[in-house]
Unconditional design. Structure first.
Lengths: 250, 359
């Protein structure tokens, strides 16, 4: 297991956000964290790379306790794409090059530049390379941030709503790029997802959170109408359309 | 900066060309500063030709021009450049770590703290007095005590800001507001001191707050240079961290940056520069604010280039302001602080209008 989470608890003052959450991900696996707003999805993601320090529980990254690793050591193995990102006066190339930061000692090497160029090509950002971030659309910016995480060459990729700003075509393209990278480079992906159908299409594993607790976890077999209805509090049916599972609110 | 090694397939040559363009702009700014410095050394009541200046600098002449250059003009020009570099890089780094384009040495209360310290020394310890030698000039009796006290005031202000951020959880974005409040607080303190003292001391305080590059001698220049270039090295060492911070604190953490430490130490060195420069030379507004903004327009926000280029731009601006202050109604020398504000404010407004148009 590249990432294994056990009994993680987190609270803001007296308000409990995460209650004994546990799960595990293997290399090359795509795990979606699902659940209603306020279920603790983003908080869980942030405790995984210690942006937030859990009050209890253990998080093992490649069998090492995350709380005992330095920020740099974590960044060398784990990339994080925040839900909130700021645009600024950097070019797309420089913004993606920043993903190489944990690997750079003093200055970027030719190999770093070549790798960035490769990632730009893969994510369809080549033609934007010298545009400034503050001149991009929300969707383009989101692709840049994901490209940066890929340039970081992590073993675990944490994504907080990676497709929230993307149109239908870009949603599919970006998730496909991530999925391909995960399989090719053997990266474990942990993504907070809002769109159940996108999650069903691209993930291997699912973690349903309900009100601070794990409601169900496992492969596609846990994505039953009953489980989803209960976890979200909305009646749904799960159908198969063109050999693809689809969730429809009823 | 970015390595010159050619990438085998040449696909990133366009990026290398792009970084070269920035380096050329950097060199251009450096060249302009050098030319201006040469002019600033040669211009004055005793006119010297640039050629004479060069000869003197390389030790090829003797006599009067040597004295004028080595003991009067050169320290002044170098002080303007070092102070300009210091204020500008402090501004660039503050704008980055406080996530606020309004952050600068004179907008977060440090300069006002220094002025309060100076006022306290002038009044409290009688360090200032006036004598009417040569055109009613005001002399500060004991400049060392005033400088040390000004430095104390600036560092007190710095400590309060860092304390607020560190232990009271004031967000970086709010620090500029806290700095404003602090600035007003210290200004009020200075005002009260002025109200209860005699007119001689008031004059001395007012005189002190006018930034004046002419106060620097070789000794002071030496101290300023050590502080400014030491901090510059520290900033350059952290340039990737500042780039990461530009994308938000959470993203920076995800990239392996120790955000709290980077902010604390960045603030510390930026404040140290400000305290040193302001306590030696007085208040010179707008350099630390305008220089990074100007450079950002020219070459973008990549701190690998932004920090050194801001420094050079700061040197250029302050040297230009000081030269103008010396020359515009010569032989009267205007206070450089007034000139920087006078030119800085319209320049800043122009940048804002241009920025609005570009969007």
């Amino acid at each position: 297991m590249i990432l294994s989470v056990n009994g993680v608890e987190f609270n803001y003052r007296s308000r409990i956000i995460l209650d004994k959450v546990g799960f595990a991900v293997q290399k090359g696996e795509f795990l979606s964290i699902l659940g209603n707003n306020g279920a603790g999805k983003s908080t869980l993601l942030k405790t995984l790379n210690r942006i937030l320090l859990p009050k209890k529980g253990s998080i093992l990254l490649d069998n090492q306790e995350v709380s005992k690793l330095s920020r740099l050591a974590i960044a060398l193995k784990m990339a994080y794409v925040s839900q909130h990102y700021e645009s600024n006066r950097q070019t797309v190339f420089d913004a993606v090059l920043l993903g190489r930061k944990p690997h750079i000692k003093w200055e970027a090497a030719a190999s770093d530049l070549a790798l960035v160029q490769g990632v730009l090509a893969k994510t369809g950002l080549e033609e934007y390379a010298l545009r400034y971030l503050d001149e991009l659309s929300g969707g383009e910016l989101q692709k840049v941030i994901i490209a940066r995480a890929l340039a970081q060459e992590p073993e675990v990729l944490l994504l907080d709503e990676p497709t929230s700003n993307l149109d239908l075509r870009n949603q599919i393209e970006v998730l496909r790029t991530i999925q391909t990278a995960a399989k090719e480079k053997n990266i474990a992906v942990v993504a907070v997802m809002h769109d159940l159908n996108l999650a069903l299409r691209f993930s291997d594993k699912f973690l349903l959170l309900q009100n601070t607790k794990v409601f169900a976890a496992g492969g596609p077999e846990v994505m039953t109408a009953a489980n989803i209805s209960q976890a979200y509090g909305v009646p749904v049916s799960v159908e198969r359309v063109q050999n693809q599972m689809v969730v429809i609110p009823t | 900066m970015v390595g010159n090694e050619t990438v085998p397939d040449g696909r990133v040559n366009y990026y290398l060309r792009y970084t070269w363009k920035k380096k050329i702009i950097l060199l251009g700014l450096l060249g302009m500063t050098a030319v201006l410095a040469l002019y600033a050394i040669s211009a004055g009541s005793a006119e010297l030709s640039p050629w004479q200046v060069l000869l003197t600098l390389f030790g090829q002449t003797e006599g009067q021009s040597q004295i004028i250059i080595w003991s009067i003009r050169l320290p002044r020009v170098l002080a303007a450049m070092v102070a300009g570099i210091g204020l500008a890089i402090a501004g660039a780094v503050m704008q980055n770590i406080l996530r606020n384009p309004l952050a600068s040495p004179t907008t977060i209360g440090i300069a006002q703290g220094a002025a309060f310290g100076a006022a306290l020394a002038i009044i409290g310890w009688g360090a200032g007095s006036s004598s009417s030698t040569g055109g009613g000039a005001i002399l500060i009796n004991n400049p060392y005590i005033v400088t040390i006290s000004a430095f104390g005031g600036a560092m007190l202000s710095t400590m309060i800001i860092i304390f607020l951020a560190q232990y009271k959880g004031v967000s970086p974005e709010s620090m500029v507001l806290a700095g404003f409040a602090l600035g007003f607080f210290f200004s009020a303190g200075t005002m009260l001191l002025q109200y209860f003292t005699n007119d001689v001391n008031v004059a001395a305080i007012v005189f002190w707050t006018f930034g004046d590059i002419g106060r620097a001698s070789w000794g002071e220049l030496g101290i300023m240079t050590c502080v400014v270039f030491g901090s510059l090295l520290f900033f350059l060492f952290n340039r990737w961290n500042y780039n990461a911070l530009d994308s938000g604190a959470e993203t920076a953490k995800g990239l392996g940056v120790n955000v709290e430490k980077t902010r604390q130490w960045g603030m510390f060195f930026a404040s140290l520069i400000t305290a040193t420069v302001v306590s030696f030379l007085g208040i010179m507004a707008f350099i630390g604010l305008v220089a990074p903004h100007l450079v950002k327009r020219l070459i973008g926000g990549d701190n690998r280039f932004l920090i050194p280029a801001s420094g050079i731009m700061g040197a250029l601006l302050l040297l230009a302001a000081d030269t103008l202050a010396r020359r515009i109604i010569a032989p009267v020398v205007l206070p450089v602080g007034a000139v920087t504000s006078f030119l800085g404010a319209p320049l800043f407004l122009y940048l804002l209008v241009r920025g609005a148009k570009l969007r």
